[in-house]
Design a protein around this ligand. Structure first.
Ligand SMILES: Nc1ncnc2c1ncn2[C@@H]1O[C@H](COP(=O)(O)OP(=O)(O)OP(=O)(O)O)[C@@H](O)[C@H]1O
Ligand SMILES: O=C(O)[C@@H](O)C(=O)CO
Length: 406
């Protein structure tokens, strides 16, 4: 293994797997730290569900993943977080990055969530989503990690004991050597500007030989070349015939648009927070889904509805109940012969994958920027795990098509 990766959620991990696969690496995504040894992949991505858990648990899980990856021979580690830098007030990006750096003996850590292909750019230390600052992008209303500060230096500083430094675009645009020089210096988390893929390739090149890099999936664009790997043939892929069901727990703007679009031509069943907390049964939803054409089961709701449910019941309780329902439902659907499952939302997808008992995922073709088709290793089951803000408006129908045996 050349590159060992730790993703703080499941959709983000498959986003990273997609980038590495397109760059020519053989990649396996593991659900948590595997019990056994890795295969002969160039890169392993250990998907954790550590974005919103208490910081000390996120650190412990990430260090366990780090130790396993080092034990498999990984030469460099990549900590993947969200391109919108999703974090709670307590972390977990700073605490995990710092703990990994200290374990690895690294004292300058690249921090770069930019993913220009999905509209996320970092300029003058500020994160933009398309033409809006992060704080006006819809992320300010996120159910678990509302992002109200677009200056990432200010987001990161309270999350780490280390200094926070910044490499601006004017240095990045001078290329890899200039970035490498700027990466020298006293111990710090180093936020690096990047507004286009070429910037990320240069940053990746400048990070050759570093034990740790951190970022969104974009930070991986330049890394495979450091190991002498270049884009090759697309991985062989075949989909699955058989029923398809869509599960959506993401409340992002993009997902709500996709839900509305899918419901124009398909049947849907809403699982409201009230219904779920009131005891709505996974088995009832599985019964309902049976025999329908790409049905959609969703808890996705607008910010006012989410806020009202959280005010009435508590943020964690609502999220836990909804995720628990999706996990159980996914397991039941697979038992009943559903072969294609599309899930929207990182936390939701973590629950879905856990419910499926899927230990290792192989990466297939890209459905939308940042979203690959996935196959559960050794089973007739294919998945798409869509990050909340990713995907075209007709993403669900497109994903169903890519996952289908053709
Ligand atoms: N109707 C609802 N009311 C309150 N909370 C909800 C509701 N529907 C879903 N949730 C919770 O909101 C959270 C949504 O997070 P999730 O990560 O799944 O989506 P996302 O944040 O849009 O995606 P990503 O993390 O990929 O950006 C989950 O914990 C989910 O259980
Ligand atoms: O980086 C992103 O935006 C995604 O891969 C993700 O992590 C969203 O949950």
């Amino acid at each position: 293994m050349r590159l060992g990766c730790i993703g703080d959620d499941f959709t983000g991990s498959s986003d990273l797997g997609n980038t590495l696969t397109k760059a020519g690496m053989r990649v396996v995504q593991y659900s948590g730290v595997p019990e056994g040894a890795a295969g002969d992949e160039d890169a392993a991505v250990i998907a954790l569900k550590s974005r919103t858990i208490p910081a000390e648990e996120a650190v412990a899980q990430s260090l366990a993943a780090c130790d396993w990856l080092l034990g498999q021979g990984a030469e460099q580690l990549l900590f993947k977080y969200c391109s919108t830098f999703d974090s709670t007030d307590a972390g977990n990006i700073g605490p995990v990055a710092q703990a990994l750096a200290e374990r690895l003996g690294e004292d300058r850590v690249v921090v770069c969530p930019a993913f220009p292909g999905a509209g996320r750019t970092v300029y003058q230390g500020h994160l933009f989503v398309n033409d809006q600052l992060l704080s006006r992008s819809g992320m300010e209303d996120h159910p678990l990690t509302p992002m109200r500060e677009p200056d990432l230096r200010r987001v990161l500083a309270p999350q780490t004991d280390w200094d926070v430094a910044h490499i601006g675009a004017e240095v990045v645009w001078q290329g890899a050597e200039a970035i490498r020089a700027a990466l020298g210096g006293p111990r710090a988390m180093v936020l690096v500007d990047a507004v286009r893929d070429g910037d990320l390739v240069a940053i990746g090149r400048a990070a050759a030989g570093r034990k740790l890099v951190t970022g969104g999936s974009g930070i991986a664009l330049g890394l495979p070349a450091n190991f002498g790997i270049s884009p090759g043939d697309a991985a062989k892929w075949h989909g699955e015939a058989g029923p398809c069901v869509i599960l959506s727990g993401s409340c992002s703007r993009a997902t709500r648009g996709q839900v509305a679009r899918h419901l124009e031509a398909h049947e849907g069943r809403e699982a409201t927070a009230e219904a779920v907390l009131g005891g709505l049964k996974a088995a009832e939803l599985a019964d309902w889904a049976t025999g329908r054409d790409c049905p959609l089961i969703y808890s996705s709701a607008d910010p006012a509805t989410v806020a009202a449910a959280q005010a009435a019941h508590g943020r964690e309780k609502v999220a836990g109940a909804i995720e628990g329902l999706f996990a159980e439902l996914a397991g039941l659907l697979a038992e009943r012969g559903v072969t294609r499952i599309i899930s929207a939302g990182g936390e939701t997808s973590g629950a879905v994958v856990a419910g499926l008992g899927a230990e290792a995922l192989e990466i297939g073709p890209e459905i939308a920027p940042g979203v690959p088709a996935l196959r559960v290793r050794g089973r007739p089951l294919v998945l798409a795990l869509k990050s909340g803000n990713f995907g075209q408006e007709d993403f669900f129908a497109r994903a169903a098509g890519v996952l289908d045996a053709r």
